[in-house]
Design a binder for this molecule. Structure first.
Ligand SMILES: [Zn+2]
Length: 183
């Protein structure tokens, strides 16, 4: 990538559209230079002359700027969002972070995710967190604070409330119950 291309990317310069495309290694997405998505880290950027080449390298077209007129199917977009949650559930993720990383508006992301999977991204993330918490409660002696941190819920009262809402009992009751039934 030369300086001119990098400038075009950070300025969202329309004049460079279709002259080249840029892919971002950390997200697996490629865009037109004019895309309004969050500026990537320079070292993660890969330049392609044609959208087809970026596709061949395994990058997915951005949902927002549709590079080369390519439209990412909703199912694939949702897979991309889901994979991100699967890998990062232990970090603080908001709908806005997700939308930013997966290149779409929060509203659109929420609607599409729900349409494809039947639950919202936040509900999906909570499901993963609670199932990880259950695993930790049964297989380790970690404290609630440690478990909360490991599943991205360092707000312990909130962790307990959510756990109880989903399972009907508190994390500690769950641990006791499971330990007894395993004896
Ligand atoms: Zn884009």
């Amino acid at each position: 990538m030369n300086n001119e291309q990098w400038e075009a990317i950070i300025q969202n310069d329309k004049n460079y559209d279709d002259l080249f495309f840029y892919a971002v290694k950390s997200t697996g997405i490629f865009c037109r230079p004019s895309c309004k998505s969050r500026p990537p880290k320079k070292e993660n950027v890969q330049i392609y002359a044609a959208a087809k080449e970026a596709m061949q390298e395994g990058f997915r077209p951005c949902k927002r700027c549709k590079p080369g007129g390519l439209r990412l199917p909703d199912e694939e977009w949702v897979t991309q969002i889901k994979e991100y949650i699967d890998d990062h559930y232990n970090e603080s993720i908001t709908l806005h972070t997700l939308a930013d990383l997966c290149h779409g508006s929060p509203y659109h992301l929420q609607r599409t995710f729900k349409k494809v999977l039947g639950i919202s991204p936040v509900e999906y993330m909570q499901k993963i967190r609670i199932s990880k918490a259950k695993e930790y409660l049964i297989t380790t002696n970690k404290s609630l604070v440690e478990i909360g941190a490991a599943i991205g819920m360092s707000n312990i009262p909130y962790f307990i409330t959510l756990f109880k809402k989903v399972t009907g009992i508190t994390p500690i009751q769950y641990r006791k119950k499971e330990n007894i039934s395993n004896e």
